[in-house]
Ligand binder design. Sequence first.
Ligand SMILES: [Zn+2]
Length: 300
Amino acid sequence: MPQWFSKLSKSSIPPPPIPSQRPPQQQVFNSGTQPAPNYRPVYLPHPSAVPDPYAHWREAETKAGAGSEARGGVADYTWQIPRLSLRIDDLSNPAIDIFLTNIKPQEAMRNAVISVLECLYTIQSQPRNVASVTLILRDFDGVAHTFGTPANDADKEIHFSTRHIKNNESRAQSEILGVLVHEMVHCFQYNAKGTCPGGLIEGIADFVRLRSSLAPPHWKRSPPSDSDRWDAGYERTAFFLDWIERVVGPGTIQAINEGMRRSKYDNGQVWRDVTGHDVERSISSFDTRFMTTSREEERT
Ligand SMILES: [Zn+2]
Protein backbone atom coordinates (compact mmCIF):
# COMPACT_ATOMS: atom_id res chain seq x y z
CA MET A 1 0.00 0.00 0.00
CA PRO A 2 1.49 3.34 -0.91
CA GLN A 3 2.35 5.57 1.96
CA TRP A 4 0.07 8.39 0.89
CA PHE A 5 -2.88 6.01 0.84
CA SER A 6 -2.25 4.75 4.33
CA LYS A 7 -2.27 8.34 5.57
CA LEU A 8 -5.81 8.60 4.31
CA SER A 9 -6.93 5.47 6.06
CA LYS A 10 -10.24 5.53 7.87
CA SER A 11 -8.66 5.80 11.28
CA SER A 12 -6.95 9.08 10.36
CA ILE A 13 -10.19 10.79 9.26
CA PRO A 14 -12.20 12.01 12.18
CA PRO A 15 -15.85 11.10 11.89
CA PRO A 16 -18.24 13.99 11.39
CA PRO A 17 -19.91 15.14 14.56
CA ILE A 18 -23.25 13.57 15.30
CA PRO A 19 -25.94 16.20 15.56
CA SER A 20 -27.16 16.26 19.12
CA GLN A 21 -30.65 17.17 18.15
CA ARG A 22 -32.53 16.75 14.94
CA PRO A 23 -33.72 20.09 13.66
CA PRO A 24 -37.47 20.16 13.35
CA GLN A 25 -39.20 19.89 10.00
CA GLN A 26 -36.18 18.47 8.26
CA GLN A 27 -36.48 15.43 6.12
CA VAL A 28 -34.18 12.56 7.06
CA PHE A 29 -33.08 9.98 4.56
CA ASN A 30 -32.87 6.54 6.11
CA SER A 31 -32.88 3.62 3.77
CA GLY A 32 -33.55 0.90 6.37
CA THR A 33 -35.13 0.34 9.71
CA GLN A 34 -31.88 -0.89 11.20
CA PRO A 35 -29.23 1.74 10.80
CA ALA A 36 -25.68 0.68 10.11
CA PRO A 37 -23.26 1.08 13.04
CA ASN A 38 -21.73 4.18 11.53
CA TYR A 39 -25.09 5.54 10.44
CA ARG A 40 -25.27 9.27 10.27
CA PRO A 41 -28.55 10.97 9.54
CA VAL A 42 -28.32 13.05 6.42
CA TYR A 43 -30.14 16.29 6.51
CA LEU A 44 -31.23 18.23 3.52
CA PRO A 45 -29.68 21.67 3.47
CA HIS A 46 -31.92 24.51 4.48
CA PRO A 47 -33.36 26.10 1.37
CA SER A 48 -32.37 29.70 1.10
CA ALA A 49 -35.18 32.23 1.10
CA VAL A 50 -36.72 32.75 -2.31
CA PRO A 51 -36.37 36.40 -3.32
CA ASP A 52 -39.70 38.15 -3.28
CA PRO A 53 -40.27 39.45 -6.82
CA TYR A 54 -42.75 41.96 -5.48
CA ALA A 55 -40.54 43.28 -2.72
CA HIS A 56 -40.32 46.68 -4.31
CA TRP A 57 -44.09 46.91 -4.36
CA ARG A 58 -44.22 46.10 -0.69
CA GLU A 59 -41.86 48.90 0.16
CA ALA A 60 -44.28 51.53 0.99
CA GLU A 61 -45.33 54.43 3.08
CA THR A 62 -48.44 53.98 5.13
CA LYS A 63 -50.60 57.02 4.90
CA ALA A 64 -52.26 57.62 8.20
CA GLY A 65 -55.96 57.17 8.01
CA ALA A 66 -55.97 56.12 4.38
CA GLY A 67 -56.73 52.78 2.90
CA SER A 68 -59.03 51.69 5.66
CA GLU A 69 -61.56 50.37 3.18
CA ALA A 70 -59.46 47.51 2.01
CA ARG A 71 -60.20 45.73 -1.20
CA GLY A 72 -57.81 43.04 -0.07
CA GLY A 73 -54.03 42.94 -0.14
CA VAL A 74 -51.30 45.01 1.36
CA ALA A 75 -51.23 47.43 -1.57
CA ASP A 76 -54.48 49.00 -0.42
CA TYR A 77 -52.72 50.41 2.62
CA THR A 78 -49.57 51.63 1.02
CA TRP A 79 -48.03 53.70 -1.71
CA GLN A 80 -46.74 51.44 -4.41
CA ILE A 81 -43.15 52.28 -5.17
CA PRO A 82 -41.94 51.06 -8.57
CA ARG A 83 -38.54 49.45 -8.96
CA LEU A 84 -36.06 52.33 -9.00
CA SER A 85 -32.78 52.31 -10.90
CA LEU A 86 -29.93 54.67 -11.67
CA ARG A 87 -27.78 54.59 -14.80
CA ILE A 88 -24.68 56.70 -15.20
CA ASP A 89 -23.24 56.82 -18.70
CA ASP A 90 -19.87 58.42 -17.95
CA LEU A 91 -18.36 58.41 -14.47
CA SER A 92 -15.62 60.81 -15.56
CA ASN A 93 -18.20 63.55 -16.12
CA PRO A 94 -17.67 66.11 -13.29
CA ALA A 95 -21.44 66.46 -12.88
CA ILE A 96 -21.58 62.91 -11.55
CA ASP A 97 -19.48 63.87 -8.53
CA ILE A 98 -21.78 66.83 -7.95
CA PHE A 99 -24.80 64.55 -8.18
CA LEU A 100 -23.45 61.87 -5.85
CA THR A 101 -22.17 64.42 -3.35
CA ASN A 102 -25.59 66.03 -3.04
CA ILE A 103 -28.06 63.22 -3.67
CA LYS A 104 -28.82 59.83 -2.18
CA PRO A 105 -30.28 58.30 -5.33
CA GLN A 106 -32.60 55.72 -3.81
CA GLU A 107 -33.96 58.11 -1.20
CA ALA A 108 -34.34 60.96 -3.68
CA MET A 109 -36.22 58.88 -6.23
CA ARG A 110 -38.41 57.27 -3.62
CA ASN A 111 -39.30 60.63 -2.10
CA ALA A 112 -40.07 62.01 -5.55
CA VAL A 113 -42.48 59.14 -6.19
CA ILE A 114 -44.20 59.70 -2.85
CA SER A 115 -44.44 63.47 -3.45
CA VAL A 116 -46.20 62.81 -6.75
CA LEU A 117 -48.54 60.17 -5.37
CA GLU A 118 -49.46 62.26 -2.32
CA CYS A 119 -50.19 65.31 -4.46
CA LEU A 120 -52.14 63.69 -7.29
CA TYR A 121 -53.60 60.50 -5.88
CA THR A 122 -54.96 58.62 -2.91
CA ILE A 123 -53.88 55.17 -1.79
CA GLN A 124 -56.87 53.78 -3.66
CA SER A 125 -56.55 55.82 -6.85
CA GLN A 126 -52.78 55.57 -7.36
CA PRO A 127 -51.71 54.16 -10.72
CA ARG A 128 -50.61 50.56 -10.51
CA ASN A 129 -49.10 50.22 -13.92
CA VAL A 130 -45.75 51.90 -13.43
CA ALA A 131 -43.39 48.97 -12.93
CA SER A 132 -40.05 50.76 -12.94
CA VAL A 133 -38.42 54.16 -13.16
CA THR A 134 -34.83 54.47 -14.33
CA LEU A 135 -32.93 57.70 -13.82
CA ILE A 136 -30.31 58.14 -16.54
CA LEU A 137 -27.59 60.76 -16.12
CA ARG A 138 -26.05 61.67 -19.44
CA ASP A 139 -24.69 64.59 -21.40
CA PHE A 140 -27.17 66.46 -23.60
CA ASP A 141 -28.58 69.92 -24.16
CA GLY A 142 -31.55 70.89 -22.03
CA VAL A 143 -32.72 69.90 -18.56
CA ALA A 144 -34.51 66.56 -18.55
CA HIS A 145 -37.20 64.54 -20.25
CA THR A 146 -39.16 61.41 -19.57
CA PHE A 147 -40.09 58.55 -21.86
CA GLY A 148 -43.15 56.45 -21.45
CA THR A 149 -46.72 57.23 -20.52
CA PRO A 150 -48.99 55.41 -18.10
CA ALA A 151 -51.17 54.39 -21.02
CA ASN A 152 -48.63 52.43 -22.96
CA ASP A 153 -45.43 51.90 -21.07
CA ALA A 154 -44.84 50.51 -17.61
CA ASP A 155 -41.10 51.14 -17.62
CA LYS A 156 -40.19 54.80 -17.43
CA GLU A 157 -36.91 56.49 -18.18
CA ILE A 158 -35.98 59.91 -16.83
CA HIS A 159 -33.08 61.36 -18.79
CA PHE A 160 -31.34 64.06 -16.75
CA SER A 161 -28.77 66.34 -18.35
CA THR A 162 -25.37 66.37 -16.67
CA ARG A 163 -24.84 69.82 -18.20
CA HIS A 164 -27.81 71.14 -16.29
CA ILE A 165 -26.43 69.66 -13.07
CA LYS A 166 -23.05 71.30 -13.71
CA ASN A 167 -24.66 74.64 -14.56
CA ASN A 168 -26.57 74.60 -11.27
CA GLU A 169 -23.75 73.41 -9.06
CA SER A 170 -24.24 76.17 -6.48
CA ARG A 171 -27.73 74.90 -5.64
CA ALA A 172 -27.37 71.40 -7.00
CA GLN A 173 -29.35 69.54 -4.37
CA SER A 174 -32.61 71.49 -4.54
CA GLU A 175 -32.42 71.83 -8.33
CA ILE A 176 -31.86 68.10 -8.86
CA LEU A 177 -34.65 67.18 -6.44
CA GLY A 178 -36.99 69.70 -8.05
CA VAL A 179 -36.36 68.47 -11.58
CA LEU A 180 -36.69 64.90 -10.36
CA VAL A 181 -40.15 65.60 -8.90
CA HIS A 182 -41.21 67.36 -12.12
CA GLU A 183 -40.13 64.43 -14.28
CA MET A 184 -41.60 61.90 -11.87
CA VAL A 185 -44.99 63.56 -12.36
CA HIS A 186 -44.72 62.72 -16.07
CA CYS A 187 -44.25 59.07 -15.10
CA PHE A 188 -47.57 58.96 -13.25
CA GLN A 189 -49.89 61.70 -14.52
CA TYR A 190 -52.85 61.19 -16.86
CA ASN A 191 -53.05 63.02 -20.15
CA ALA A 192 -56.67 62.69 -21.29
CA LYS A 193 -55.73 59.97 -23.74
CA GLY A 194 -53.06 62.16 -25.24
CA THR A 195 -55.37 65.16 -25.74
CA CYS A 196 -54.37 67.26 -22.71
CA PRO A 197 -52.68 70.53 -23.75
CA GLY A 198 -48.93 70.44 -23.27
CA GLY A 199 -49.05 73.54 -21.10
CA LEU A 200 -51.33 71.83 -18.60
CA ILE A 201 -49.17 68.69 -18.59
CA GLU A 202 -46.11 70.80 -17.75
CA GLY A 203 -48.09 73.00 -15.38
CA ILE A 204 -49.23 70.03 -13.30
CA ALA A 205 -45.62 68.80 -13.14
CA ASP A 206 -44.46 72.15 -11.83
CA PHE A 207 -47.50 72.45 -9.54
CA VAL A 208 -46.31 69.29 -7.76
CA ARG A 209 -42.79 70.70 -7.65
CA LEU A 210 -44.17 73.92 -6.17
CA ARG A 211 -46.22 72.04 -3.58
CA SER A 212 -43.14 69.98 -2.69
CA SER A 213 -41.34 73.21 -1.71
CA LEU A 214 -38.78 72.70 -4.46
CA ALA A 215 -39.53 75.75 -6.60
CA PRO A 216 -36.33 77.33 -7.87
CA PRO A 217 -35.55 80.92 -6.84
CA HIS A 218 -36.28 82.35 -10.29
CA TRP A 219 -39.97 81.40 -10.03
CA LYS A 220 -41.82 84.58 -9.11
CA ARG A 221 -45.40 84.61 -7.98
CA SER A 222 -46.17 87.78 -9.90
CA PRO A 223 -49.54 89.00 -11.21
CA PRO A 224 -50.16 87.75 -14.72
CA SER A 225 -49.73 90.21 -17.55
CA ASP A 226 -52.18 90.61 -20.43
CA SER A 227 -50.07 88.37 -22.59
CA ASP A 228 -49.89 85.61 -19.97
CA ARG A 229 -51.89 82.49 -20.62
CA TRP A 230 -52.93 80.19 -17.80
CA ASP A 231 -51.83 77.26 -19.92
CA ALA A 232 -48.47 78.76 -20.88
CA GLY A 233 -46.96 75.87 -18.96
CA TYR A 234 -44.36 75.42 -16.29
CA GLU A 235 -44.42 77.85 -13.36
CA ARG A 236 -47.01 80.21 -14.90
CA THR A 237 -49.53 77.39 -15.05
CA ALA A 238 -48.24 76.00 -11.75
CA PHE A 239 -49.11 79.25 -9.95
CA PHE A 240 -52.51 79.30 -11.64
CA LEU A 241 -53.19 75.72 -10.53
CA ASP A 242 -52.01 76.59 -7.05
CA TRP A 243 -54.51 79.46 -6.98
CA ILE A 244 -57.31 77.18 -8.24
CA GLU A 245 -56.44 74.70 -5.49
CA ARG A 246 -56.81 77.44 -2.88
CA VAL A 247 -59.99 78.95 -4.28
CA VAL A 248 -61.90 75.80 -5.19
CA GLY A 249 -60.46 73.64 -2.46
CA PRO A 250 -57.82 71.03 -1.64
CA GLY A 251 -57.78 68.11 -4.03
CA THR A 252 -58.98 70.12 -7.05
CA ILE A 253 -55.90 69.46 -9.16
CA GLN A 254 -55.98 65.84 -8.06
CA ALA A 255 -59.54 65.68 -9.41
CA ILE A 256 -58.52 67.37 -12.67
CA ASN A 257 -55.79 64.77 -13.14
CA GLU A 258 -58.19 61.97 -12.24
CA GLY A 259 -60.71 63.36 -14.71
CA MET A 260 -58.12 62.93 -17.45
CA ARG A 261 -57.64 59.25 -16.67
CA ARG A 262 -60.29 57.98 -19.07
CA SER A 263 -61.83 61.02 -20.78
CA LYS A 264 -60.46 63.17 -23.52
CA TYR A 265 -59.80 66.82 -22.77
CA ASP A 266 -62.79 67.91 -24.83
CA ASN A 267 -62.09 71.62 -24.77
CA GLY A 268 -61.66 71.70 -21.01
CA GLN A 269 -64.77 69.73 -20.04
CA VAL A 270 -62.84 68.37 -17.05
CA TRP A 271 -62.68 71.88 -15.58
CA ARG A 272 -66.43 72.28 -15.84
CA ASP A 273 -66.94 68.86 -14.29
CA VAL A 274 -64.60 69.49 -11.35
CA THR A 275 -64.99 73.19 -10.62
CA GLY A 276 -68.34 73.99 -12.23
CA HIS A 277 -66.63 76.77 -14.17
CA ASP A 278 -65.03 77.20 -17.53
CA VAL A 279 -61.31 77.49 -17.03
CA GLU A 280 -60.98 80.32 -19.55
CA ARG A 281 -63.59 82.38 -17.71
CA SER A 282 -61.69 81.87 -14.47
CA ILE A 283 -58.82 83.92 -15.77
CA SER A 284 -60.33 87.37 -15.11
CA SER A 285 -61.10 86.31 -11.58
CA PHE A 286 -57.60 84.90 -11.31
CA ASP A 287 -56.13 88.27 -12.33
CA THR A 288 -57.77 90.20 -9.50
CA ARG A 289 -57.79 87.56 -6.81
CA PHE A 290 -54.23 86.61 -7.57
CA MET A 291 -53.23 90.15 -6.67
CA THR A 292 -55.10 89.89 -3.39
CA THR A 293 -53.53 86.56 -2.57
CA SER A 294 -50.07 87.88 -3.34
CA ARG A 295 -50.48 90.92 -1.08
CA GLU A 296 -51.83 88.78 1.71
CA GLU A 297 -48.84 86.53 1.41
CA GLU A 298 -46.49 89.48 1.55
CA ARG A 299 -48.01 90.57 4.85
CA THR A 300 -47.65 87.16 6.47
ZN1 LIG B 1 -41.95 68.40 -18.14
